[in-house]
Design a protein around this ligand. Structure first.
Ligand code: PSU
Length: 307
């Protein structure tokens, strides 16, 4: 596959592609809008190290200087982690950011688009965007959900963030024909906790099964990707009974302040961080590392199955 003209691969990613090594895409909005400095940069580095330790090559994606960068240097990660005014890119604004030469961090949706363009089939993140509570009035539904029906990438996340309306999030994914696969359990996980109390439509036990399903979707001509919902490790979870009142308080504050659209998720994550005395961030870091491990395993299985 020839690369799109706007893509710059890092030497490490270019080498991995040339040698057919397993690759795992990583997003950058989690760095610029999801976590405070310096934990954001430390986490980005640790996630890359975790991917490498599990046999795959990490490819963190961001837009800079009119180009999509797939694979970032340590200095670029550091600069991005402290930059102000970085655009939060989704399907709607990716091309505009490239056209204007602005710096942009890729959300799940934009990372899926860029990963597919670069020929990377597996991507690890924290939690995907979804249907916001009160969507029946606000119509606030993350473009992440629609992307799963379009870009052929398997995304490993710890479910959808519990700040969302999770039943409606699952409904939208089902309507769009997106496979939602809980890893090793029946329940759909809720980001900071292992269970939402909602059953996931599918369950798988091994990276090999997930990789096989990814390949088969492609060979059947089914468009779009898969969502692998990987529960946070037991020792890192915050019990639902503990996190839910905190989420309710953060949501009430967001409504009172008139926070809307792209600002909602970053505001809620920051408030929940403050209200839990930093524990939500520790959990977030643990779940992203856990997702990086599983994604590396799936990427390895995809390569092995190609033979
Ligand atoms: N995972 C995290 N923290 C984050 C995100 C994911 O652990 O901040 C980001 C992703 O980039 C995702 C975005 O696409 O949150 C969802 O934003 P919204 O709800 O505005 O679509």
């Amino acid at each position: 596959m020839s690369l799109h003209a706007t893509i710059t691969l890092s030497p490490e990613v270019a080498d991995a592609k040339a040698r057919g090594l397993p690759l795992v895409a990583l997003e950058s909005t989690i760095i610029t809008h999801g976590m405070p400095f310096p934990q954001n940069v430390e986490t980005a580095r640790a996630v890359e190290a975790e991917v490498r330790a599990h046999g795959a090559v990490p490819a963190t994606i961001a837009v800079m200087g009119g180009r999509i960068h797939v694979g970032l240097t340590g200095e670029t990660l550091e600069a991005l982690g402290q930059a102000k005014g970085v655009m939060k890119l989704s399907r709607a604004d990716l091309a505009a950011c490239l056209a204007t030469g602005a710096t942009g961090a890729t959300t799940v949706a934009a990372t899926m688009i860029c990963a597919a363009l670069a020929g990377i089939e597996v991507f690890a993140t924290g939690g995907i965007g979804g249907v916001h509570r009160g969507a029946e009035n606000s119509f606030d539904i993350s473009a992440d959900l629609l992307e799963f029906a379009l870009s052929p990438v398997t995304v490993v996340a710890a479910g959808a963030k519990a700040i969302l309306d999770l039943p409606k999030t699952l409904e939208v994914l089902e309507t769009q024909g997106v496979p939602v696969i809980a890893y090793g359990q029946d329940d759909f996980p809720a980001f900071w906790s292992r269970s939402t109390g909602l059953k996931a439509p599918l369950r798988m036990e091994t990276p090999a099964e997930i990789a096989a399903a990814h390949r088969l979707r492609g060979s059947l001509g089914l468009k779009g990707g898969q969502l692998v919902a990987n529960p946070i490790p037991v020792e890192a979870e915050i019990a639902r009974s503990e996190i839910m009142p905190v989420i309710e308080q953060a949501l009430t504050e967001a409504t009172a302040k008139g926070i809307a659209a792209k600002a909602v998720t970053p505001f809620l994550l920051q408030r929940i961080f403050e209200l839990t005395g930093g524990r939500s961030l520790d959990s977030n870091i643990a779940l992203v590392l856990n997702n990086a491990r599983l994604a590396a395993g799936i990427a390895g299985a995809l390569v092995a199955q190609r033979g």
